[in-house]
Design a protein. Structure first.
Length: 610
């Protein structure tokens, strides 16, 4: 509930003073006291800490009105409104150092007094609000800090020039100009989560006039269901947390993604609202979007059961364990679950635990504080913190070290963690999906994986079948992959496969699963002279020759350069086939770097497009 403005009256001892006090109480102000001297005013102000002092310039004593106001303003920062029977240049000049909130001529009109009090209180609130915006902007990401650097300079000017009301008003106007001209959405909410300030950028994004937004909550603007996440974040901020997150709002039927920072607005050590800055990163997110599993009718019963289980898992908040052989598409299934969950508006992050060195894995997951280890020059937010409001996939979960297993178990139980080198507990509302191609029960039995962590992660399990067990889905997968490859390689025509070639593909065992299928089709699309991909370009025939021997025939009148090129094609294809399309393993077989294999395939693609 909003506290009434506390007012101290300093005036001559007369019936009119008592009438003034009663009138102020009738206007819902709190009169903390009435005193008749400068000395009494200073002592009363120290005891009562008023928001505003009504100071008569006619009071007598060792401390006059100007000196009393100067002491009160300097010690407590309380505003002062002078009540005087006359104005002259000397009075105005002497009163300047007290930073007065106004002058009123006696006898005082209650309407003028009410207006002057509200103006003084508004001025004090604006000063505190602007300081909060500056503090919040300083902690925002680097590009926002640069953009609001002028605001900090203006705040310094305000502090230096605040002794003159003219300079203060000019500085306030300049701050408002920066806020109004900022490209990011800037807003302030009160304790009831109602918008009290928004800048034009936010009104433009919401496509609503400011007067239709101010005084309303997100529930009023977007509905109860759509604003549930925002309500949760605001509640945490009002409890003292600082929240940085990436989230997608559905505004006017369009999904818009924002990088959002919200911090508590504190006045006199009390949280009175929320300050926020939101940057629209929708275009950036569209460029970063990774392809997800297509939700369509698969022909195999096994994959239908997997999709049904995934849809069921998406509707719940439980931790999910995805199992399956390497290359079956566990990461795509995880994204499929996220996109169909209530968290679809939040971010999706993934980390391959097997690809991150153990000494860096803890920092990648939980972040670190500046100076926590050599090279940690600044604070870094980990993937768990970045996944606020969304989902984090821990792929190859069986590869994490025992120390990280213990810290991950603590997070699963409490939803809190500490950064590397940090002491403060950080609360994160992120959902975990873990995936593995190992049998974790066997790993538990062997002592490589904590049993308590396994049972906390294995709340809801989804198994992705290998391609050989769902070979009837091959035509659907081929169509998906070819469309993806065509877009990635910017092919002039969509590749296609003849029915007889599809039959031979169905006879192949696909040891590398869907990953091998993608690599085989990508290689075939690169090497093929046209959109039709045949068995020769796919090169799926199982070799019956000794793997250590090679027979290579050179066509008549074939140039040496062409023969060498065809030999390289043959060797690269064989290596990729033997490794299930794994470029790193193929490079190891050929005795070259993975980069060399990628460059060679690109070179072949460029030659094929000529």
């Amino acid at each position: 509930m909003k506290q009434p403005v506390k007012i101290l009256i300093v005036d001559e001892d007369s019936p009119s003073v008592m009438d003034l006090a009663e009138s102020l109480r009738g206007m819902s102000y709190e009169v903390t006291g009435i005193t008749h001297s400068g000395e009494g005013a200073v002592l009363a102000a120290q005891r009562q800490a008023p928001d505003l002092v009504l100071m008569s310039t006619a009071i007598t004593g060792d401390i006059d009105a100007i000196r009393a106001a100067q002491l009160i303003n300097g010690r407590l920062g309380s505003g002062v409104i002078y009540l005087t029977e006359y104005f002259d240049g000397d009075l105005l000049e002497r009163a300047k150092p007290t930073n007065p909130s106004g002058f009123l001529r006696k006898p005082v009109s209650l309407q003028e007094l009410h207006f002057a009090i509200d103006l003084a209180v508004h001025r004090r609130s604006m000063e505190q609000g602007l300081r909060q915006i500056k503090e919040m902007a300083d902690n925002h990401e680097a590009d926002v800090r640069i953009e609001l650097e002028n605001a900090r300079e203006l705040q310094i000017q305000i502090a230096e020039r605040r002794r003159t009301e003219t300079a203060l008003r000019e500085s306030e106007q300049r701050i408002r100009t920066i806020v109004d001209s900022a490209g990011d959405c800037i807003f302030i909410k009160d304790e009831s989560r109602r918008y009290t300030l928004i800048n034009p950028a936010m009104a433009e994004v919401l496509d609503m006039p400011a007067e239709s937004i101010l005084g309303k909550t997100d529930e009023h603007l977007f509905g109860v269901k759509a604003s549930a996440h925002s309500r949760d974040i605001d509640t945490r901020v009002l409890n003292g947390e600082r929240i940085e997150e990436e989230y997608t709002w559905n505004i006017k039927g369009l999904p818009l993604t924002f990088l959002d920072t919200r911090v508590p607005m504190v006045i006199d050590d009390k949280i009175v609202g929320i300050c926020g800055i939101s940057r629209n990163i929708t275009d950036r997110k569209r460029q970063q979007t990774v392809p997800s599993l297509v939700n369509q009718e698969y022909r195999s019963d096994t994959m239908r059961a997997t999709i049904e289980a995934a849809l069921l898992a998406a509707r719940r908040e439980s931790t999910i364990l995805i199992t399956g052989e390497s290359g079956t598409g566990k990461d795509h299934l995880a994204r499929f679950i996220h996109d169909r969950s209530p968290r679809s508006g939040g971010p999706f992050f993934a980390i391959n635990c097997a690809a991150v060195p153990s000494e860096l894995a803890e920092s990648e997951l939980f972040g670190h504080e500046a100076g926590s280890f050599t090279g940690a020059k600044q604070r870094k937010r980990g993937l768990l913190e970045l996944a606020e409001g969304g989902t984090l996939l821990l792929d190859e979960i069986g590869e994490i070290s025992p120390s990280i297993q213990a810290k991950l178990l603590s997070f699963v139980d409490t939803k809190t963690f500490t950064r590397v080198g940090g002491e403060k507990n950080i609360t994160v509302n992120a959902r975990l999906i873990v995936a593995t191609n190992r049998n974790l029960l066997e790993e538990v039995a062997a002592g490589n994986f904590r049993a308590d962590l396994f049972y906390r992660l294995n709340v809801f399990s989804v198994h992705v079948p290998p391609l050989r067990d769902r070979i009837e889905d091959l035509p659907v997968l081929v169509e998906q992959v070819l469309r993806q490859i065509s877009a990635e390689l910017q092919l002039p025509r969509l590749p296609w496969i003849a029915p007889d070639t599809m039959k031979s593909m169905k006879r192949y065992s696909w040891p590398g699963n869907v990953r091998e299928l993608k690599n085989v089709l990508e290689r075939a699309a690169i090497l093929s002279r046209g959109p039709r991909l045949d068995s020769n370009s796919l090169n799926l025939e199982e070799s019956t020759e000794d793997e250590d021997s090679l027979t290579f025939r050179v066509a008549e009148e074939q140039a040496l350069e062409d023969s060498v090129r065809d030999l390289k094609v043959f060797l690269v294809n064989r290596a990729l086939r033997r490794t299930g399309g794994n470029k790193t393993a193929a490079a190891r077989l050929l005795g070259v770097s993975r980069h060399s294999v990628i460059n060679y395939l690109k070179q072949v693609q460029d030659e094929a497009s000529v």
